[in-house]
Ligand binder design. Structure first.
Ligand SMILES: [Zn+2]
Ligand SMILES: [Zn+2]
Length: 431
């Protein structure tokens, strides 16, 4: 073998290769009509339509005051206005709904329409954004895992991440905080006070307003046009009678059983979907994530075109889920909307309906990435398996407050016993 010459590699390409079939004249590019159906369908399917929401005017990482050019810009608390901390000039960004026509055309939606800030996250896109400071030449880094602005600590220039990099951190829109921190702290305190009696001592003692933080949570706001088919059986009672007597008395029902089919066509406008995998982990033994969903809704119609200055002074959580990953959850949600729509049409079935088959078809959907404002107070309760993360959340627009408070189990038990004892006592007294 050692002195045998290896055979030359087969000429896989090039004229004369046995593997090549020369193209028939004029047949390139490939005519999709000649391909098998699944491949043809894929080739002919339209590309997802994109809505470009990029803010070209904010491209260099510095948001300048339109009047004086300073970069120290913040949201004016409680409003949608931005304010220049240097010259006190105030202005407001455009609402996305109007700027990009997001309120219209839900009835005509086809395919998947994705706004540019809701595009797929690429695995190698870094969370760290580095800017070269134009003031002093230093490098300023923003870690988009939890912040969208940073100040150069040498010359105080402020940088914000406005460019729609593919790391999931820059959405299309932001719904600014309207509830101020003082107000949020008061609401959280009230929430805790109401549950004083049973709350864990350590939890009450450690409550500090400084630990209440404003966080922008990542959501996808979805419009969709869909239809659903639901099939089942419904029963209508025709007769009710008893047989036997005394202990053996039994009640019988006669019923007509109907095969029911329902078809609904419907649209949804601004359905919010959590787009952070951690937050949508509803493992109630380890965290209390579903709390955020109890402080919905948000007035997403008023969301403003992305401008990192709105996040100055707030923390943020990066989106890590793409449209494709959220699609099955959208189907689930649409199906439950369809079920509730159908519900009112089956009232006549007085003995109930059993649904056996259901399916939803999404004709079109439109996805916009948005940061929603939430005030959070969190408390980690030590315990087995890493303990439990409790938190209280305040909707940054409406003030709606919900949370989980760690409970002193023995107090609850004692209370239950006490109530029981009193009832027993009253019962005895009456007798
Ligand atoms: Zn200014
Ligand atoms: Zn600088």
């Amino acid at each position: 073998m050692s002195n045998a010459t290896p055979p030359p590699p087969p000429p896989y390409t090039g004229p004369g290769s046995p593997h090549d079939v020369p193209p028939a004249p004029g047949s390139f590019p490939i005519d999709p009509e000649t391909l098998p159906k699944p491949i043809r369908d894929e080739l002919l399917a339209p590309d997802p339509v994109a809505i470009d929401t990029a803010s070209a005017e904010l491209k260099d990482g510095q948001n300048h005051c339109p009047k004086c050019g300073a970069t120290d810009i913040k949201q004016r608390p409680g409003t949608d206005q931005l304010i220049c901390l240097y010259c006190r000039n105030e202005w407001t960004a455009a609402r996305v709904e109007e700027a990009f026509g997001l309120g219209e055309g839900i009835d005509d939606l086809e395919g998947t329409v994705v706004a540019s800030g809701a595009g797929d996250i690429s695995a190698d896109a870094s969370s760290l954004m580095t800017f070269k400071c134009t003031g002093c030449g230093a490098e300023v880094t923003v870690n988009t895992e939890n912040a969208m602005t940073a100040r150069c600590h040498w010359c105080r220039h402020v940088f914000g991440v406005n460019e729609q990099i593919a790391n999931g951190a820059v959405p299309d829109a932001v719904l600014p905080f309207h509830i101020k921190k003082d107000d949020a702290v008061a609401r959280i305190r009230q929430f805790v006070d109401k549950r004083q009696m049973f709350a864990l001592k350590a939890f009450k003692e450690q409550f500090t307003p400084e630990n209440v933080v404003g966080v922008y949570m990542p959501y996808m706001i979805v419009d969709s046009k869909a239809s659903a088919d639901i099939v089942g059986e419904g029963e209508i009672e025709t007769r009710c009678y008893t047989k036997g007597s005394g202990d053996k008395k039994k009640t019988y029902y006669d019923a007509d059983i109907y095969q029911i089919e329902r078809h609904v066509d419907f649209t949804v406008d601004d359905l919010p979907m959590e787009s952070s995998a951690n937050r949508s982990d509803f493992n109630t033994r380890a965290n209390t994530n579903n709390i955020i969903n109890t402080i919905l809704p948000f007035d997403t119609k008023n969301a403003i075109k992305w401008n990192a200055s709105y996040l100055s002074g707030f923390s943020s959580e990066k989106r890590d889920l793409d449209v494709a990953q959220l699609m099955p959850r959208l189907e689930d949600q649409l199906l439950s909307i369809a079920r509730s729509q159908v519900h009112s049409s089956v009232n006549a079935y007085d003995r109930g309906v059993r649904w056996e088959e259901e399916g939803v078809e999404i004709h079109g959907s439109r996805w916009v990435a948005m940061y929603l404002p939430v005030w959070l107070y969190s408390y980690h309760q030590p315990g087995s398996n890493g303990g439990m993360l409790h938190y209280i959340a305040v909707n940054g627009r409406t003030g709606e407050t919900m949370g989980s408070v760690p409970i002193q189990q023995w107090k609850l038990l004692l209370a239950a016993l006490t109530v029981g004892t009193i009832l027993e006592f009253i019962a005895l007294w009456i007798l």
